[in-house]
Design a protein around this ligand. Structure first.
Ligand code: ATP
Length: 266
C-alpha cells in the first residue's frame, strides 16, 4: 500500500546543531551540503556531484543522526534502510527492493538514502557464491553508477567495519568518501551531554564536565541513554531537579547494562 511504501520516508527535523562534538566531520560534510543546495550550478557546468559517502566506526556514535542532519540541512527527503532488510531467502527480492528504493528517492529528490549496516549486503564477494546477496549488491552498484545528474540523490552508507566491504562499493563514483566516526573524546562527551540535558531541570551544582570525565569510552547513544535514565531516576525519587546523585546512578546502570551484554567491553 501507499502508506507502507512511505514508511521510511521523512523530512527530518534534525540539523547540525543536534549533532554534538563532531565539528570536523560537520565541516567536511558542508561540501556535500553545498553540492545539494547548488546542484543546478554544478549541472550547468557539466560537473557530476559525488553521490556516495561511507560512515564507518563503532555503534551509537551518531552516524544515523548525522545522515538525518544532512537531509535536514538541505531540506532533502530522507530514506532509511537497513542492509539486513534486503537480505531475503528468495533470489531477486533484495535486488528489487534496492531498485524500488532508488526509484522512490529519485521521485522525491533531492533525497538522502541512508543504508545502515550496509555490510549485510556489501561484504566482499567470494567464490562461495551467495546468489541473493550478490544480486542485491550488484543492483546497488548499478544504481550508484546509473543515476543521471538531473536528480540529486546522495547515498550514505554506514558500517562498523569498512575493511569487510567489497572494494567495488568503495570505488570512485560510488562510496568514494570514507568518514570515520569514532567514540567521543572528553570534550565531545561534554557537548553531547549538554545537548541531551538542555531540556532537563538540572541542579545548579551539577557540572557536565564532571560527567564527561566519568564516562570515558562511552558512545553518544550511551550518553543520551544516561541523560534519560537520570531523569527517570529523579522522577522515581520524587525530585524536581536532577543532581549528580541521579547521574551517578544512571552511569552505573548504563555501564552495568553494557557489561551484561558484553563482558569484555570495559
Ligand atoms: P548504529 O551504528 O548502532 O546504527 P549510529 O552510529 O547510527 O549507531 P545513532 O543512531 O545516530 O548512532 O545514535 C543514536 C542516538 O545517540 C542518537 O539518536 C542521539 O540521541 C545519540 N547520539 C549519538 N551521537 C550523538 C552526537 N554526536 N550528538 C548528539 N547525540 C548523539
Amino acid at each position: 500500500t501507499e502508506k507502507e511504501n512511505d514508511r521510511d520516508k521523512v523530512r527530518p527535523d534534525v540539523s547540525f546543531k543536534d549533532v554534538a562534538g563532531l565539528e570536523e566531520i560537520k565541516e567536511e560534510l558542508q561540501e556535500t551540503i553545498g553540492f545539494i543546495n547548488n546542484s543546478l550550478k554544478y549541472k550547468k557546468m557539466g560537473a557530476k556531484i559525488p553521490k556516495g559517502i561511507m560512515f564507518y566506526g563503532p555503534p551509537g556514535t551518531g552516524k544515523t543522526l548525522l545522515a538525518k542532519a544532512v537531509a535536514g540541512e538541505t531540506n532533502s527527503t530522507f530514506f532509511y534502510a537497513s542492509g539486513s532488510e534486503f537480505v531475503e531467502k528468495y533470489v531477486g527480492v533484495g535486488a528489487k527492493r534496492v531498485r524500488t528504493l532508488f526509484e522512490k528517492a529519485k521521485k522525491e529528490a533531492p533525497s538522502i538514502i541512508f543504508i545502515d549496516e550496509i555490510d549485510a549486503i556489501g561484504t566482499k564477494r567470494n567464490s562461495e557464491s551467495n546468489n541473493e546477496k550478490d544480486q542485491t549488491l550488484n543492483q546497488l552498484l548499478v544504481e550508484l553508477d546509473g543515476f543521471n545528474s538531473s536528480e540529486t540523490v546522495i547515498v550514505i552508507g554506514a558500517t562498523n567495519r569498512l575493511d569487510l566491504l567489497d572494494e567495488a562499493l568503495l570505488r570512485p563514483g560510488r562510496f568514494d568518501r570514507h568518514i570515520h566516526i569514532g567514540n567521543p573524546n572528553m570534550n565531545a562527551r561534554e557537548k553531547i551531554l549538554q545537548v541531551h540535558t538542555n531540556d532537563k531541570p538540572l541542579c545548579k551544582n551539577l557540572l557536565i564536565k564532571d560527567l564527561a570525565k566519568k564516562t570515558t569510552g562511552l558512545s553518544g547513544a550511551e550518553l543520551a541513554n544516561i541523560a534519560n535514565e537520570a531523569a527517570i531516576i529523579a522522577v522515581r525519587n520524587n525530585k524536581n531537579i536532577i543532581s549528580s546523585k541521579e547521574f551517578d546512578a544512571a552511569i552505573e546502570r548504563v555501564i552495568a547494562g553494557l557489561e551484561l551484554k558484553n563482558p569484555t567491553v570495559l
